[in-house]
Write a protein that binds this ligand. Structure first.
Ligand SMILES: [Zn+2]
Length: 406
């Protein structure tokens, strides 16, 4: 335990630093308290007497912390449980996968249950927590198209109303992101008002046409939730072909997109197709993980639906649809590098800088540079997580001898 008045300084010496836009070989990074203080060539940064030194031996990678903007659960817990314990279990288990910050994502459920979860998230945001930091909530549902329900519970779908909007707005300081179907009656006003409050508004579980997507953009929708999952594609209406959410998302530069890059939800060529259309700067990778992330395979529950986890992914019990991933963020990086063939710098950008930017946090997160938050991940040459640092505190350590693995 560090002394109360002791300034905590760590020197990460001789690492391959992923800024993430480039890889700096044989570089060192100094963190002081919760900020990155300096970065430079290993010979130019000397250890000071009161510094703890961690040696990368020129082999280990040092990356910005991973930021998961779409994650329902992990470590056996779902954020819809609405308890501090559930959120702490998520924070601990995802930190082992390199996540330093995340947005617990509440799914379609009775409104009272959603509000109870938002209450728990509100309380935890302002207090210290072990593991990854919780930055606020992502509300995914209940305003979805019945035609694009995916693994959401159809019993609790609703239409957006003024009354609901007022209730959600009473949580406006904790809700950082919402996903809804813009073609539903009342959805545009709902999205517009949320956007006015600084909340990021995404198109999700939507059957919209191209024209409906344009109207959504005009009303502040800026992002597309898990592209290719639970959304319309091109179809014929009478004689004429009409683009759906997929083509609109790929075509319109106004929209950023997220991919579930667990290696199961999307084949590598579809991830390549998304990246070729959007460019690396407009795509982020998310886990969309459910409670079995970091847990053994077997039977689970998500949003009141029975789910079976097998072959490294969660499925509805009748195996009609995927029901979320069991990934942590490090698996996404390995998928993007080993299966999709991305350079490591780009793979890391998709899990660090890009999500930070889409959430308006790139002034302090997602980059290894002086003055930024000391949220860092150490990876070995197989891209396995060796250490996770959140706000200057080592929250997961599989690197130093005798270290306690949290
Ligand atoms: Zn989801």
């Amino acid at each position: 335990m560090k002394g109360r008045f002791e300034v905590r300084k760590i020197l990460f010496q001789n690492f391959r630093v992923l800024t993430p836009f480039r890889m700096l070989e044989n570089h060192s990074v100094v963190i002081e308290e919760n900020k990155i203080k300096a970065i430079g060539e290993k010979d130019k940064i000397e250890a000071e007497r009161d510094m703890e030194t961690i040696d990368g031996k020129g082999l280990l990678y040092l990356s910005p912390g991973f930021i998961d903007i779409h994650v329902h659960g992990g470590g056996g817990a779902d954020c819809l449980e609405g308890t501090r314990e559930a959120l702490e279990a998520m924070a601990r288990s995802h930190a082992r996968g390199g996540t330093t910050a995340f947005y617990p994502t509440v799914t379609t459920a009775p409104l009272e249950q959603i509000f109870q979860s938002l209450e728990a998230i509100r309380e935890i945001v302002s207090s210290p927590i072990e593991g990854a930091r919780i930055l606020g909530a992502h509300v995914e549902g209940p305003y979805f198209s019945p035609a694009q329900i995916g693994a959401q519970n159809p019993d609790f779908l609703r239409l957006p109303s003024r009354e609901d909007l007022e209730r959600f707005l009473s949580y406006r300081e904790v809700i950082k992101r919402i996903s809804l179907a813009p073609e539903l009656p009342g959805a545009l006003e709902f999205g517009r008002k949320m956007r006015e409050m600084g909340i990021m508004v995404a198109i999700g579980h939507s059957d919209a046409t191209y024209d409906e997507v344009l109207t959504a953009i005009e009303n502040g929708f800026s992002h597309v939730t898990h592209i290719y999952s639970a959304m319309s594609g091109v179809r014929r209406i009478n004689l004429y072909r009409v683009a759906g959410v997929i083509e609109s998302a790929l075509l319109r530069d106004e929209l950023t997109v997220e991919i579930i890059a667990d290696g199961k939800h999307l084949p590598s060529h579809l991830i390549q197709f998304v990246l070729k259309n959007k460019g690396v700067g407009q795509v982020c990778a998310v886990t969309d993980a459910m409670e079995a992330a970091g847990m053994p395979e077997g039977e689970y529950e998500i949003g009141g639906l029975e789910v079976v986890v097998e072959e490294g992914v969660a499925k509805l019990k009748d195996r009609s649809a995927f029901a979320g991933s069991v990934a942590t963020m490090d698996l996404l990086v390995r998928t993007l590098v080993y299966l999709v063939g991305l350079p490591l710098e780009e793979a890391v950008q998709l899990v660090s800088f890009n999500p930070a930017k889409f959430m308006g946090l790139d002034h302090c997160q997602g980059v290894v540079a002086p003055g930024k938050d000391a949220d860092l991940v150490v990876l070995d040459s197989n891209l396995e997580v060796k250490m996770t640092v959140v706000q200057g505190e080592i929250v997961y350590d599989n690197l130093r001898e005798g270290a306690v693995k949290k």
